[in-house]
Design a binder for this molecule. Structure first.
Ligand SMILES: CC(C)(COP(=O)(O)OP(=O)(O)OC[C@H]1O[C@@H](n2cnc3c(N)ncnc32)[C@H](O)[C@@H]1OP(=O)(O)O)[C@@H](O)C(=O)NCCC(=O)NCCS
Length: 197
């Protein structure tokens, strides 16, 4: 698919509908050019937009800017080099569209959590989710982490990647830290999954 034209940048006071991400304009020749890299400060706004669009659909935890800034070094992003968008700042700098993100959060000497894994709907089922998890697996190994876990609604996806279901009570209490910040604390519908590295 060939890139046609980026959508015009919204005006600063224009509110986006909740949970709706901009549709990526591509034509029949798929010229998507995916670059996976560590996130930078300038990516925070776009990552929030991606994650919170899914959070609005109850598919993942909502995140705020403070969380993103404090944990930006955990994040990996995928950009489409063929779809530039304009930043909303006065510089009108041309940025690349962030089409996926995920984060690896170390909790203890032997365990880290995969959080905030989100793929733009126009880029799902292309192997991108798998690639980001593999990237984070490598990062974890380099750090000397021996176990990855995640809480998810998409059990089948993580199963495909070798994760197995694990009861919350079998995980160290430190792992539940995020749960206490979750709006669904009393009606949790997520499944805990673990991968030994
Ligand atoms: C779930 C999600 C991360 C998957 O990412 P993706 O890029 O679409 O998945 P991939 O293309 O890498 O798929 C890898 C494999 O998992 C399978 N798969 C992907 N999503 C699946 C799902 N929801 N259920 C079952 N299998 C799934 C694919 O078919 C593929 O299998 P294959 O290798 O045999 O072809 C993505 O759909 C997403 O961002 N969903 C919304 C947010 C979310 O639910 N995040 C989950 C973390 S909390």
């Amino acid at each position: 698919m060939e890139y046609i034209e980026p959508p015009p940048a919204p005006k600063l006071d224009e509110k986006k509908p909740k949970g709706k991400l901009p549709k990526v304009l591509l034509n029949d020749k798929d010229e998507r050019q995916i670059i996976i890299q560590k996130a930078q400060i300038r990516d925070v706004e776009e990552i929030l937009e991606l994650v919170n669009a899914f959070a609005a659909l109850n598919l993942m935890l909502p995140r705020g800017p403070q969380y993103l800034y404090e944990n930006i070094r955990d994040f990996v992003i995928a950009c489409d080099g063929n779809v530039p968008v304009y930043s909303l700042t006065e510089t009108r700098e041309v940025l690349h569209l962030i089409v996926a993100c995920g984060s690896l959060h170390v909790l203890w000497e032997d365990i880290a959590e995969i959080r905030a894994l989100a793929i733009h709907p126009d880029y799902q089922q292309l192997g991108l989710g798998k690639k980001l998890v593999e990237y984070m697996k490598e990062e974890a190994k380099q750090l000397g982490i021996r176990r990855l876990y995640t809480f998810t609604l998409t059990e089948e996806f993580f199963k495909m990647l070798g994760f197995r279901r694990q009861d919350r009570s079998e995980l160290p209490p430190k792992v539940w830290g995020e749960c206490s910040r979750c709006p669904k604390y009393f009606q949790c519908d997520e499944v805990g999954m673990v991968l030994e590295l």
